[in-house]
Design a protein around this ligand. Structure first.
Ligand SMILES: [Zn+2]
Ligand SMILES: [Zn+2]
Length: 466
């Protein structure tokens, strides 16, 4: 069996390499700019016919073809089956090895997957692995960076230079007899599973041959193709990015509904070998549910799942990144290390000269614009000018709120020289000593509630402690 498989796999390889040799001799059409004179050479006419031409014909034909309810139910059921062939078979089983399947399930998925008319498992998985490995780059066969429509089906309607698609390892697929057999007999599989089989069901079942051809065949293929294309387009364009926002994949319930559960695509690109796309029970992922049922039936095993500890770490890091971005849009006051150092005598002299300066915990603040707005009244704030108001601010007269400490930081203009906490901290920073504060991703100090430099743990008893 193994020899036959290897032989089959090898038989498909020379074809690829000879095509590659030809391409090196002559420039590939995809590498030439699209012009008025050569556009027809860029178009993949076979794919245009299959993906656009045939469905248009089907829509016209449907106008003259009455839809029987039995045929409608069958077309819908076969839509789910062939869609599952792609999502549960091509995608999660073969492209990502997210679980293992027994032979009968493999044969079923290879058959209904062929009925979705999206290429062989081998071809589909190779491109999909390149899509994951080179997401959003030129080596991504359906990069959304080239436009939403390009990622949807433009990449198939226009010729692509196969050499540009990133290389991936598919040796495991070449060792899978079901994959190799389907690849070698692909045209027969597509014609039978895409058109003949759905027609046989309606024709032999209730005599509706033509309805089966139009509804369960042509139009059902169109819908299932468009649904899969949405994973490459919509899932890289619409929704949230709870795990990583450096690339385009996104999570959205609408995409999930359209694609049998493949809509939690940000999660999927972070944890591609997880058999689930949706991790919460209430999220729509019928592909996951099907795989789970197959497991209960003994048809699937070794379902891969990332530990929730790993998933939650990723989610938290992305949340922290968002918090940092938000934090950077706010005014936290001039960073202490950028403030000038002011002598006590100079501070007192400037205050006497009429500058409304107030020192709290070694930091000098200019409160000129705030005196009139001070909720405790003009007199109280003015009484602190030119003095060390650490104790007054921290409970001597009124124990100021967290918001007050935040606001005060935005008014700071200098740091007092000598013995103050702030200066010790500044010196430690200059000398690269261990400093007990936390920075965000941009290196800015995180100021948590209650940890402002002007806040001191125990209210000081005397105003002239400094
Ligand atoms: Zn993707
Ligand atoms: Zn994938």
């Amino acid at each position: 069996m193994a020899t036959t498989t290897a032989g089959m796999a090898a038989a498909t390889e020379p074809h690829r390499s000879s095509a590659a040799t030809k391409a090196t001799k002559k420039q590939h059409i995809a590498d030439e700019p699209l012009t008025r004179h050569n556009w027809y050479k860029h178009v993949n006419w076979l794919n245009i016919t299959l993906i656009v031409g045939v469905p248009i014909y089907g829509m016209f034909a449907a106008y003259w073809t009455p839809l029987q309810w039995k045929t409608a139910v069958w077309a819908l059921a076969y839509y789910f089956m062939t869609g599952l062939g792609i999502t549960g078979g091509y995608h999660r089983l073969w492209a990502h090895s997210a679980y293992s399947a027994r032979l009968p399930l493999k044969i079923f998925l290879a058959a209904v997957g062929a009925g979705a008319v999206q290429g062989s498992i081998r071809w589909w998985s190779r491109d999909h692995r390149a899509h994951h490995r080179y997401t959003d780059t030129d080596k991504d066969p359906y990069s959304v960076r080239k436009g939403l429509l390009y990622s949807h089906f433009g990449w198939m309607l226009l010729k692509q230079n196969p050499k540009r698609i990133g290389r991936t390892d598919i040796s495991d697929l070449n060792d899978d007899p079901v994959v190799v057999w389907q690849h070698r007999n692909y045209i027969k599989c597509v014609i039978f599973m895409g058109m003949i089989f759905p027609m046989l069901v309606t024709g032999l079942g209730w005599g509706d041959w033509w309805g089966g051809f139009i509804y369960a065949g042509i139009l059902r293929i169109f819908v299932v193709q468009q649904a899969t294309f949405c994973v490459n387009s919509l899932a890289h364009w619409l929704g949230d990015q709870p795990f990583d926002d450096r690339n385009s994949p996104r999570d959205h319930v609408v995409t999930a509904f359209v694609t049998l559960g493949e809509g939690y695509h940000n999660f999927h690109h972070e944890f591609p070998s997880d058999y689930r796309n949706a991790i919460s029970w209430h999220q729509y992922d019928p592909t996951k549910w099907s795989i789970w049922i197959w497991k209960q039936l003994g048809l699937a095993y070794d379902l891969k799942q990332f530990k929730s500890n790993e998933i939650e770490k990723g989610r938290l890091q992305q949340m922290q990144k968002k918090l940092d971005q938000k934090r950077q849009t706010l005014d936290w006051g001039v960073p202490l290390e950028q403030l000038p150092i002011i002598d006590w005598d100079e501070y007192v002299a400037r205050a006497k000269d009429g500058q409304a300066l107030i020192a709290v915990a070694g930091v000098v603040h200019d409160v000129t614009s705030f005196i009139k707005e001070h909720p405790g009244g003009k007199a109280l704030i003015s009484s602190g000018i030119g003095k060390d108001s650490t104790a007054i601010f921290n409970g001597g007269v009124y124990n100021h709120s967290n918001a007050a400490h935040n606001l005060l930081s935005t008014m700071r203009v200098g740091v007092l020289r000598g013995g103050s906490e702030v200066e010790i901290w500044k010196r430690a920073q200059r000398e690269n000593k261990d400093i007990s504060f936390v920075s965000d991703s941009s290196g800015k100090k995180i100021i948590r509630a209650g940890s402002q430099v002007t806040r001191i743990a125990e209210p000081v008893a005397s105003a002239d402690a400094a």
